[in-house]
Design a protein around this ligand. Structure first.
Ligand code: SF4
Ligand code: FES
Length: 214
């Protein structure tokens, strides 16, 4: 299937016979079936026909995600996407060994990074980003920055210095131009652009005074 191919006039049951695409959970939590439907990134399992077609005979255009190489039909190669993901060190980097075997975190501290924990790495935001598509293919992209936010704002984490090399790079967090496309398409309702801007401020503060708590 070429980008832009139209697969209307085939009932959904026939599509499954003909086209290659990924899926797993069917409940909007694994992120494997993100695709472009009528020009907008969506999870196929969470999209009803009535969401994208008003009446019988309407054409629904289904295409693979953008800005990632197509492997076959609706399947894209996520290798580069996950390369960017790994660059931001998406794991807890604690300062020191916890006293009494555990690190205490209060509810208000936990709430600071609640939003980015909802990310399912579907790459919809990456696909929708005009900067990735038109200006900087090496921009690590909104999803990688959301993953960085998940740990940068965790009170148990002291890894901002280790992540700054990547985030403060010309292809790190700075290429974002606040188009808000990522926020519009995120199927988890994450405030992606807001998280990117918060990370920008945190990197600035860290560089100015080494302070993680802005
Ligand atoms: S931020 Fe939203 S759109 Fe982007 S990868 Fe995570 S869940 Fe998908
Ligand atoms: S199949 Fe898992 S999110 Fe759609």
């Amino acid at each position: 299937m070429r980008r832009g191919s139209r697969i209307s006039r085939l009932p959904p049951s026939r599509l499954i016979d003909f086209w290659s695409f990924r899926k797993s959970c069917a409940h909007g939590v694994c992120g494997s079936d993100a695709m472009t439907i009528n020009g907008i990134e969506r999870l196929a399992c969470k999209t009803l026909v009535r969401d994208v077609a008003e009446s019988d005979g309407d054409v629904v255009t289904i295409e693979p995600l953008r800005s990632l190489p197509v492997q076959r039909d609706l399947m894209v190669d996520y290798a580069r996407f996950f390369e960017f993901y790994r660059l931001v060190k998406p794991f807890l980097i604690p300062a020191k060994k916890a006293e009494h075997g555990e690190t205490i975190q209060m509810p208000d501290e936990r709430s600071k990074f609640d939003d980015p924990t909802k990310c399912i790495l579907c790459a919809s935001c990456h696909s929708s980003c005009p900067v990735v598509a038109e200006k900087d293919a090496d921009f690590i992209g909104p999803a990688a920055v959301v993953q960085a936010a998940r740990f940068v704002f965790d009170s148990r984490d002291q890894g901002i210095g280790a992540r700054t090399d990547v985030l403060d790079d010309p292809h790190g967090v700075w290429p974002c131009e606040n188009h808000f496309q990522c926020t519009r398409v995120c199927p988890r309702g994450i405030k992606v652009t807001k998280n990117i801007n918060m990370v920008k401020r945190q990197i600035k503060a860290f560089k100015e005074n080494g302070d993680q708590d802005t």
